[in-house]
Design a protein around this ligand. Structure first.
Ligand code: IVH
Length: 680
């Protein structure tokens, strides 16, 4: 090929040959730069090759292929992320911080595995877990972990990551017809810090940690935004492969690398606990010098046959363990103590800190939880304190550091009146609460943020700052008003432009068709989290049925006890709550009940659970059965197909015996799920 020929004068045949050669060259340099970290050419030289490919493709658009390096960015923004099932369940990892658990893991493994045990040790990457699927060597889709069985399709966004090959390298090893791999998306600490700085300058809320920043980038509806945030992908597992097999994890990692994927650094093969401890110690020390976050090490049985023998529980494999680091701690001074009013009216004292770097992240506030905690820790304004940041938890004040020489002010006293609405505060146990549920704008702001949050209506762009503005300007004084907002009203708010105002108005309007479980969670019913919202939606199959449910009916749902049923009934019986929900419905919001799984391996079989289960909760067991089209009822009758009897099973077990119903213990139940490939 002669790259001096101007693209305009190339004929089609010459262009066709040249684009393939240019693509191969770009792929090689991408690989050298992003995977091997040993570039062979300058950025300028790379740009020249890239621009030539672009120019030729522009002249012969029919030569453009989806796996061309020019096609990483440029997909149209989407309305929603699709739900896509995984090719194999993405389990989570069992994890510990205790050496004794590690020893127990080792003992158990040694006992169950024939011959010598070898472990592969890897850093535990603190990012976002993703499945990538390659068909005939070409990237077909990328899916977030989600609930482990299905996740969100984020293909367009993942394509923008340079360390993700759009086409697998096939020099050393041919591409399999089907390959599904698992790995982690990370944002480097340096990119994270500059992104946060940019956000703060624009008056937006910064991300709490690099993992949230990476997740935010990956869940964008517009891949151009993802492309502007530098992300990395490290692969560490093959979920499914066709046409070839592997004997060990070591071999898997080698294959992943030969296909052009980046894999975790400094993996080590060991067989003794002492070696694991040493690796853990070494990485704990090195952790701060890495440009991405790790939160521990992962210990995995290397031999894949041994893994099959060890198997998995419904949640995690028995062949792997995450051995986490102690949370990072730093010392700083409390400049001031303030209180924050949350959506439920609870006042949280917050320590405003002299900013300090805790493991690469700047921390300037930390929660002091509640009044009793404040007294217990005896922290006051001006005190020197140790703060810690553990995973995605809000930074915490761990302890006060004694300074015998220093004079301290009086202990901080919680205010008597709400700093926001001036209502007289009420003391409930350790909590100080603003009782003005409907008029206190701080609570309203909290409710709006919660309503739009990720597990609720998931309205992009409805964050703290926007909620504050909407409430402050009187545009929203109850949730229903969100659905009246026009793009013109939003555009008048500081920080909004034409496009962002339209996007937010459209995002809110789209959510009139919201899954029931999300709507229920978004209402912020006391005690009701994501899992219970799901169970309520599945059980009652309609908003009105949930609203009308009695305490007894609610307690039919596994996982709902007397305390929760009381809260739920009281919530829906409150006249003002009822009016607020009606107002939302009047705006055309139609919470959609979940579809009954019509086909599944447990098709129509009726299960009753009695007694306690060890490895999963009742609610999880119910979800698994229902997800496979079985049903769960609370009493044993002639119709019952299976009774699962856990610890201390009572009269239901007796009745099952009397009626001759099939009885399974927990192991038996898990085996049944396994035999049908049902996993959480
Ligand atoms: S192996 C189920 N290896 O940690 C076993 N996972 O709590 C397959 N993670 O989100 C996972 N680094 O994605 C494995 N080197 C590593 C990892 C790793 C991070 C993530 C994983 C999951 C979480 C589990």
């Amino acid at each position: 090929m002669d790259s001096s020929v101007p693209p305009e004068t190339l004929d089609r045949a010459a262009a066709e040959a040249e684009v393939e050669a240019l693509r191969a060259e770009i792929r090689r340099h991408d690989y050298l730069y992003h995977v091997e970290a040993r570039p062979e050419i300058s950025d300028a030289a790379y740009d020249r090759i890239y621009r030539r490919l672009q120019a030729i493709e522009a002249r012969f658009p029919d030569l453009v292929t989806p796996d061309s390096p020019t096609q990483r960015v440029g997909a149209e923004p989407r309305d929603d992320l699709p739900t896509i099932p995984h090719l194999a369940p993405m389990l989570s990892l069992d994890s510990t911080q205790k050496e004794e658990d590690l020893r127990r893991f080792h003992d158990r493994t040694v006992k169950s595995v024939e011959g010598a045990v070898q472990y592969l040790l890897e850093p535990k990457l603190d990012g976002l877990s993703i499945e990538l699927v390659y068909l005939e060597g070409v990237l077909d889709r990328a899916v977030t972990r989600g609930n482990g069985r299905e996740g969100e399709g984020v293909t367009e966004n993942i394509r923008t990551i340079r360390s993700v090959p759009l086409r697998l390298r096939a020099e050393e090893r041919p591409s399999p017809p089907l390959l599904s791999i698992r790995g982690e998306v990370l944002m480097s600490l340096s990119a994270f810090e500059s992104l946060n700085q940019e956000l703060v300058e624009k008056g937006e809320e910064p991300f709490a940690n690099p993992r949230n920043a990476a997740a935010g980038a990956i869940r964008q509806l517009d891949s151009a935004i993802t492309a502007s945030r530098p992300l990395h992908f490290l692969a560490f597992n093959v979920l499914v492969v066709e046409g070839m097999g592997f004997r060990s994890d070591e071999e898997v990692l080698h294959a992943l690398r030969s296909w052009g994927l980046r894999t975790p650094e400094r993996v080590r093969l060991v067989s003794e606990v002492d070696e694991i401890l040493r690796y853990h110690e070494e990485f704990a020390l090195e952790r701060d010098s890495l440009d991405y976050e790790i939160d521990g090490i992962v210990i995995k049985v290397n031999d894949l046959d041994a893994r099959t023998d060890l198997g998995s529980t419904s949640r995690h494999p028995r062949w792997a363990l995450a051995y986490k680091f102690e949370p990072r701690k730093e010392v700083t001074r409390i400049e001031r103590i303030a209180v924050q009013v949350g959506r439920t009216g609870v006042l949280t004292p917050v320590a405003l800190l002299r900013p300090v770097e805790v493991g690469g992240v700047t921390v300037s506030r930390a929660s002091l939880h509640n009044r009793e905690e404040l007294v217990r820790k005896d922290v006051r304004e001006g005190d020197l304190v140790r703060v810690q940041r553990a995973g995605d938890v809000i930074p915490q004040v761990v302890e006060r550091i004694e300074e015998p020489e220093r004079e301290r002010p009086e202990p901080y006293r919680m205010p008597e009146r709400c700093p926001n609405c001036d209502s007289l505060l009420v003391v409930r146990g350790p909590f100080t609460v603003c009782p003005n549920r409907f008029e206190c704008t701080a609570q309203l702001k909290g409710r709006i943020v919660h309503f739009g949050s990720r597990h609720a209506l998931d309205i992009e762009g409805l964050g703290e700052e926007t909620a504050r503005l909407l409430v402050g300007r009187g545009l929203v004084s109850e949730l229903a008003h969100l659905f009246d907002l026009t793009a013109a009203e939003l555009e008048a708010l500081p920080g909004f432009a034409n496009k962002s105002a339209e996007n937010l108005a459209a995002a809110i309007s789209r959510r009139k068709n919201v899954p029931l479980e999300r709507f229920l969670f978004g209402l912020g019913i006391p005690e009701v989290g994501v899992a219970v919202s799901h169970d309520l939606a599945r059980h009652f199959r309609g908003l009105e049925a949930v609203r009308a449910a009695t305490r007894e009916e609610l307690e039919e749902v596994p996982g709902i006890g007397p305390k929760m049923s009381e809260q739920i009934v009281a919530f829906f019986q409150d006249e003002r709550v009822a009016a607020a929900i009606d107002a939302v419905l009047e705006r055309g919001v139609r919470p959609k009940p979940p579809e009954a799984a019509r086909e599944g391996p447990l098709d129509g079989r009726k299960f009753v659970f009695t007694g306690g289960l060890e490895s999963l909760t009742r609610a999880e067991a119910k979800r698994l059965v229902e997800g496979a089209a079985g049903t769960v009822t609370s009493s044993v009758s002639g119709e019952t197909d299976v009774v699962v009897a856990g610890e201390d099973a009572g009269s239901k077990l007796e009745r099952a015996r009397d009626l001759g119903v099939e009885i399974l213990d927990e192991e038996g139940f898990l085996r049944l799920l396994d035999s049908h490939g049902i996993r959480s």
